[in-house]
Structure formats: C-alpha cells, structure tokens
Ligand binder design. Structure first.
Ligand SMILES: [Zn+2]
Length: 249
C-alpha cells in the first residue's frame, strides 16, 4: 500500500522548460480589469518583480489529462496491470456519490498517482517562472465565428503572450511511488516524462499552436531520498542518468 503514514521514497525532479511557441496562461477577470492590454498573461509577484507564471495546478491538470488519454487508449495493459488500469471520469465522480465512494475505495491508476477526493496525490508540481530574461508580446488574432466556423475579419482581438524560447524552471516531487519496482503507477510516471521531453502544449491557444513546451533533457536533475534501516539515504542523478532513474528510455 502506498500511504503517507510512512515516507518510503521521494524523488525531487528539477529541470529547465523551454517554450518553442508563444505561451499564454491567461489571468483571471480581476487582473484583466487592472491591465492596460486585453487578455494579459497571468503574472505573479516574485520578490520585487511581477513575472509570468505557469501555475503548478495548470501542469497538474495537463499531466492528468495526458495520462487519462494514455490509459483509455491502452485497454490491453489491463492484462498486465489488472483492473486498476482504467481512468475514472472526475466530473462524473463529483456528481455521483456511489461512484465516488467506489473510486475512493478502489482508485483507478490515475487517482493512485494524482489523487482524488479520498486519497492524497503522490505528485506535487510547483509553479514555473522564467529563469532569466523574457519578453511579452501582444498578438492580434482573428475571432472564429462560432456558428459558421469561418473567420470574421472584423472581429480581431489581441492576446498577450510570453515570447518563444523563454526558459522556465520546472520542479516536481513524486512521493512514495518506487520507480525501481514495476507498477502501473511507474508506467504513468515514465510515460509523463517521455511526454515532457517530446513536447506538450500548455495554456491557451492550443489550436493555433501556442504553448508548446518541453524539458531540456540535459538539464534534468533527480534527487532520490529513501528511508531505510540506517535512516535517510539520498542519491542524485543528472541528465541521461536522471532520465534512466525516471524510467525514460
Ligand atoms: Zn480515478
């Protein structure tokens, strides 16, 4: 059983994310009212500065939907991993008490990693900030007519984006999923890192190619902290070795 009563192993994963295309995580309405541009990017105070941010919750939502898609498209892995190899519908769970109780008692593999109303998440993802210089630009886009699907040239709108090739920090922790042992949870984690390396889209404007990010493989650092009879043991890995540790091959 993976519980938090006892800490067995933690992986602290850090690296540098780069956005290949304009990146736009939008802000809430209250910030828009205060802003001089339409559709500003989400900013957060960091020290004395306001900087763009990719919230950890955005990462978590994105990674969760990635693994849901994997699980739903690989039914055959039920033969290997058993009945836990399924992905529940989290919205359905909030509306259906009986289903929710069932899912809390016998969670699907996605909930076993990401948590649900009854079990804690085994991963933590922190906010990403630019690691150095960045620039913001305002792009004019044409509104798509929702009825006809065509462009309506008079309906231009502007969005603020973070310029391509900005470097961002990435930090994630995996708690009590032992990556040295075969398990359905490990399968999800290794898949996720494969996706983060090959590239994912985060934020708004996905249909026009915005928000394509990936991690710089050489930048990946993993610190593994394990509890044993002799207390805490910690090991660190970088680059290719770090990816091996995450079961990315
Ligand atoms: Zn579930």
């Amino acid at each position: 059983m993976n519980t938090f009563d006892m800490l067995k192993v933690i992986y602290i994963i850090e690296g540098t994310i780069i956005n290949k295309t304009p990146l736009r995580v939008g802000s809430s309405n209250s910030q828009i009212i205060m802003s001089a541009v339409d559709n500003p990017v989400l900013m957060m105070r960091r020290g004395d500065l306001e900087v763009p941010v990719i919230p950890g919750s955005s990462w978590k939502g994105l990674l969760r939907s990635e693994v849901e898609r994997l699980v739903r498209s690989t039914e055959e892995l039920k033969e290997t991993y058993g009945d836990v190899w399924r992905a529940c519908d989290i919205i359905e769970l909030t509306e259906n008490e009986e289903l929710r109780k069932k899912e809390e008692e016998n969670p699907c593999v996605v909930c076993r990693v990401f948590g649900n109303t009854g079990i804690a998440s085994h991963i933590r993802i922190f906010d990403s900030y630019p690691l150095g210089d960045y620039s913001l630009e305002v792009i004019s886009r044409v509104a798509i007519d929702r009825v006809t699907g065509g462009q309506s040239p008079k309906r231009l709108f502007t969005v603020q984006v973070v310029s391509p090739l900005t470097k961002w920090n990435f930090e994630m922790q995996i708690i009590n999923i032992d990556l040295s042992e075969e398990s359905p949870e490990r399968k999800l984690i290794s898949y996720l890192f494969g996706r983060i390396i090959s590239g994912l889209q985060i934020g708004g404007g996905k249909s026009v190619g915005y928000g394509l990010v990936n991690i710089d493989e050489k930048s990946v650092r993993v610190k593994e902290i394990r509890t044993g009879k002799e207390g805490l043991a910690s090991k660190s890995y970088e680059g290719v070795d770090a990816l091996k540790e995450l079961e990315v091959t």
